[in-house]
Write a protein that binds this ligand. Sequence first.
Ligand code: EPU
Length: 345
Amino acid sequence: MDIFYDVPLEKLNTFRLKVNAACLVEYDTPEELRTIPAELPAPRKAIGGGSNLLFTGDFPGTLLHSRIRFIQPVEMQEYVLVRVGSGARWDDLCAWAADHGLWGIENLSGIPGEVGAAAVQNIGAYGIEAGDVVDAVECFDTRRQCPVVIKGADCGYGYRTSRFKEDWKDRYIVTAVGIRLTREYRPRLDYGHVRAALEERFGSYVLEQGELTPARVRETILSIRRTKLPDPADIGSAGSFFRNPVVSRDCFDAVVRTAEQRGFGTVPHYDNGDQVKIPAAWLIEQCGWKGKTLGHAGVYGKQALVLVNATGQAAPADILLLEEQIKASVQAVFGITLNPEVEHV
Ligand code: EPU
């Protein structure tokens, strides 16, 4: 375990905001979490790769970061269970699974961040969510000061949420995650242009003959992401900034009417039982924000749901002001309240 004081966080948040934390603890084993000195500044907050966080200023407490990075497969009868340390990079796990011909997380390739945070946030992309494959989450319970194992089915996974973000917020520190993968041919191609992109890349016979591999799907997903999302190495962002709103049918009908009156065209949407999910990117784009900057913050020109550190010099206030103005526009035009996906710390 290492303890650092007055730590610059520029490299620990993918927005690349130049803020500091009073203290940072990097731990290597779950047992060390019991031995963290009580006198370190409060509050304590577990972080992963900092890819879904917005630091709203300097952090006055102690950040806890896992360096537990093992990937340990266990063959089960009908699937392969992989135990992974919370500090492993999520995409290293996706690459490992693809290299071993294992299905389950290939559509989640290229998502920045670490495995522990993936299980907390229920990361999702191209029709798959982490919660679909989480078998169990190994945690340190900060209340009872002991390790616990929580079954995936008990984590309350929903669209970009889990109990770790709600009633269990900041109680459990994830130390490892059990992920269920399979050797059975199981491509998931029904989201957006995934199928078309695979056909274009490998030819439709590959799909018809059942000759896809997790590696081929991974490669295609990575190329789709490259066309839409900024590379965190070049431009600071936290991926999608807002959740896609899920609204009532009446609210959706009102959005359709607004779109007709203002010439916005067809409203993209996904039916979700008696509710409807509308892409926040579309709402933001119709409000004229795509590619715009405000101070040092901006809206990415290829994906309106991604707020960026446009000049590299953004302060938390720049991002917060842009967030507020986008929310106000979408509220005024469509009567919909956008909620951030990115956690404000
Ligand atoms: N769209 C626009 N303008 C844009 C971008 C998109 O109108 O600038 C519309 C289009 O109609 C498009 C639809 O929005 O078909 C959906 O766009 P996209 O497929 O890019 O997905 P998204 O809903 O904007 C979500 C996730 C992403 C994930 C993609 C793919 C959330 C909050 N975001 O974005 O996750 O990669 O789907 O599955 O659910 C992230 O969480 O950081 C993230 C990048």
